[in-house]
Design a protein around this ligand. Structure first.
Ligand code: ATP
Length: 429
């Protein structure tokens, strides 16, 4: 790892089909521009000569198909050039998907199975580059005028909203290399934990809700139906993690399964999906540029992500502080707690916890520093099946005056009084 100490201007000449891999310094942004040739960052073309500013800690690669010269200003944690990348195999996948989209579009009037574009699911262990590959496939498709739907099922390091959520959004333009996915109207469900083992049934129920809503939207929209979707998953591939991958493939009717960087997972999936001739399981190489993250780094990344939600990527948002009475807000928790007291059950039966049960939570000091979701539910019993409007962060609980202070990304009333609590907390740093 080379550490550059002083801010300098540096030019890097990239040969065809090579990439410049960069880790921005921890405390300073990096400026970069394309001097000549053509280059892209994870599928999105760089504008010629325009300086772009990349925030601290960002890890990315500038790839060129035909050669380019890049200019950088500032310090990096690491930067190096690599000429061995799996990009050709990735763009070949894109070409196949493109063919399927065109075929789906051509038969869109027939309304049958054939008008459905590719439903791609990207699976693989942690740090295999799943989010990055998803992003490239989406940006390449958007560049050609499609509006594919991005579905992110990763509750740990998801790229649509904050950790603890699953979400979907149409991608109408190549994804901005700095800003990431633009969030006009994402469809978000709140799971509330960063590991699926906390409540597997709830996770599955939310995946199902999300899939059903998208299915309904596709029915009325031939354009997005033909463009298809790209589904990003978690890096948990053993045991329950494997079961959840199969559940997602099934629930979304995925017809292309891209397996990154793991032979064993590939052969397991190929074997179980053998009886589904319309599902293609494809093995792809992991890029050597993917940066591995320790659990500590992941935890930090989650915390930054929550910060970004309220303050913006470049600290460009000013969150709003609000005060409400305890009696104005209704906080619920999903799952946990016995379904019925032992005395009310038949002899010998165990009081099993109902994973989807919604219970009211008393407002007390335990809510301090908790991130809560604002549900679109009209009634408490609709909470599991409802998507969320956004998130709030509790900054103070005044037990004496029975007042609660919370942060919202923008000013204005909450769209609903029903809030969902999980185990997601955040310490403002
Ligand atoms: P997770 O296990 O969290 O689901 P993942 O498999 O989705 O991870 P990515 O998030 O795609 O992995 O990649 C991990 C990190 O490596 C990201 O910060 C990403 O920007 C970076 N990265 C991926 N490919 C490259 C590359 N070719 N050069 C430099 N950095 C890269």
């Amino acid at each position: 790892t080379a550490v550059t100490a002083t801010p300098t201007i540096k030019q890097v000449k990239l040969e065809r089909e090579s990439e410049l891999r960069i880790e921005v310094a921890n405390d300073m942004p990096l400026r970069l521009r394309l001097l000549n040739g053509t280059a892209e960052i994870f599928g999105t073309e760089l504008p010629p000569e325009m300086w772009l500013t990349f925030p601290p800690r960002l890890k990315f690669a500038v790839f060129t198909w035909y050669g380019a010269t890049i200019e950088m200003e500032g310090t990096t944690e690491t930067d190096y050039t690599a000429d061995e990348t799996p990009m050709v195999s990735y763009v070949n996948v894109h070409a196949v998907l493109e063919g399927r989209r065109n075929r789906a579009k051509a038969s869109s009037s027939s309304g049958s199975e054939t008008s459905q574009g590719p439903r791609v699911i990207v699976v693989g262990p942690t740090d295999s580059g799943k989010s990055t590959l998803s992003r490239m496939l989406l940006s390449w498709a958007a560049k050609q005028g499609w509006k594919p739907t991005y579905v992110d099922l990763d509750i740990g390091q998801g790229s649509i909203t904050i950790p603890g959520c699953i979400a979907a959004t149409p991608i109408e333009l190549p994804i901005d290399p700095v800003e990431g996915i633009s969030l006009e109207m994402p469809l978000v469900y709140f799971y509330g934990h960063t590991t699926p083992s906390q409540n597997v049934d709830l996770y599955k129920a939310l995946v199902k809700e999300l899939a059903q809503i998208l299915e309904r939207q596709f029915t009325g929209n031939a354009e997005s139906r033909a463009a298809g979707m790209v589904i990003n998953t978690m890096g948990w591939i053993e045991g329950v993690g494997y079961e959840l991958i199969l559940h997602a493939i099934d629930t979304f009717n995925a017809n292309v399964v891209l397996v990154l960087g793991q032979e064993k997972l590939f052969s397991m999936l190929r074997d179980v999906l053998r009886n589904k001739p319309n599902v293609d399981v494809v093995k792809l190489q992991k890029s050597g540029g993917v940066v591995s993250r320790t659990s500590k780094v992941r935890q930090k990344a989650r915390s930054y992500r929550i910060r970004e939600y309220f303050y913006g990527i470049a600290n460009d948002l000013s969150p709003h502080s609000n005060i409400a009475n305890f009696s104005d807000l209704f906080v619920y928790r999903i799952g946990g707690g016995p379904q019925a007291p032992r005395s009310a059950l038949p002899i010998g039966a165990d009081p099993v916890a109902n994973p989807l049960r919604v219970t009211a939570v008393n407002i007390d000091r335990d809510l301090l520093h908790v991130v809560l979701a604002v549900s679109y539910a009209q009634e408490p019993d609709q909470i599991v099946s409802s998507n969320i409007a956004g998130l709030i962060y509790i900054t103070d609980i005044d037990l004496q005056r029975r007042k609660i202070t919370y942060l919202t990304p923008t000013a204005g009333d909450l769209p609903s009084k029903y809030l969902i609590m999980g185990t997601l907390t955040w310490l403002e740093t």
